[in-house]
Design a protein around this ligand. Structure first.
Ligand code: DGL
Length: 294
């Protein structure tokens, strides 16, 4: 594993079960171009959403320890709804001096925006079945104004891994993803602005941001599609001591390292496609199979 040079200011760690969290990294980078980022794609262990809670907790702790071992880390962004849902509380308890920023399905913003009072929520099984999500949903439903709002929850088995696997294919080869998206959108019901239709769709998994165009085709142009990358980036900025803008370092892309324990080619393709980063930013790291529970 390539060591990170220790720095006074430290880097911001980011992780996900795979490449989905790159959608959050895009927003982090846009918000804080001067910061250093190390991104861990745990692709060898994806999809988290179809694993046990214990498995995801174990992986999240392992990745956190690996990142801490690289030198001073300012904050760790859990760029994964599933890992946030099941692991962030134990991460905070175990590493109390490290600020953790999690990602949650944007139910509150959706509630503020819906006019038809029907909101679709796409997420992994792990997220939608978690206690944390249940509490979030309950707290939103308890808000006086939201009594009549209905959240249509759709667990999207297979979609995150299909997005992982698509990355190495050509941009047009989206057959498997098209079929899954069509199936899950149809399962949620009718989309549109008319009474009784779903007018707001929450992307409750960071992978789904990369198929937003396909979802947009399916739900139509008027439906609000909400993701959380920007809000997470703003929250991260509030929590850290920012580096001053560095005029000498004009190419800020030098500040980003992307690691994977899965397919290096897939990560390189994703980095180039979504972050405009060359393959030198991508590294293959060793998988700790001894840490796997199931
Ligand atoms: N991207 C992750 C999320 O936001 C996990 C997807 C998965 O590995 O199942 O939930």
């Amino acid at each position: 594993m390539a060591p990170i040079e220790p720095s006074k200011s430290g880097f911001i760690g980011v992780f996900d079960s795979g490449i989905g969290g790159l959608s959050v990294l895009q927003a982090l980078r846009a918000e804080m171009p001067q910061e250093r980022f190390v991104y861990w794609a745990d692709s060898d262990f994806a999809p988290y959403g179809e694993r046990s809670e214990q498995f995801v907790i174990e992986r999240s702790h392992f990745i956190t320890q690996q990142l801490i071992a690289q030198g001073p880390m300012k904050a760790l962004v859990v760029a994964c709804n599933t890992a946030t849902a099941v692991a962030i509380e134990s991460l905070r308890a175990t590493f109390p001096s490290l600020p953790f920023i999690g990602v949650e399905p944007a139910l509150k913003p959706a509630l503020a925006q819906t006019k038809t009072l029907r909101v679709g929520v796409m997420g992994t099984q792990g997220t939608l079945r978690s206690l944390r999500f249940e509490k979030l949903l309950q707290s939103v439903l308890n808000e006086a104004s939201s009594q009549s709002c209905e959240f249509v929850l759709q667990s999207c088995k297979g979609l995150a891994i299909a997005i992982e696997q698509q990355t190495e294919k050509s941009l047009n080869d989206t057959q498997a993803i098209d079929a899954l998206c069509a199936h899950y959108v149809a399962s949620m019901g009718s989309f549109g602005l008319a009474p009784g239709q779903i007018d707001t769709l929450v992307l409750g998994c960071t992978h789904y941001v990369f198929v937003q165009d396909i979802l947009r085709q399916l739900v139509g142009p008027q439906v609000n599609i909400i993701s959380t990358g920007e809000a997470v980036a703003k929250q991260t900025k509030r929590l850290i001591v920012p580096l001053p803008p560095n005029a000498e370092n004009a190419d800020m892309s030098n500040n980003i390292q992307l690691w994977t324990n899965g397919s290096l080619q897939a990560l390189q393709a994703a980095a180039s496609r979504w972050l405009d980063l060359s393959s030198e930013h991508c590294l293959l790291v060793q998988t700790e199979s001894s840490k796997v529970l199931n």
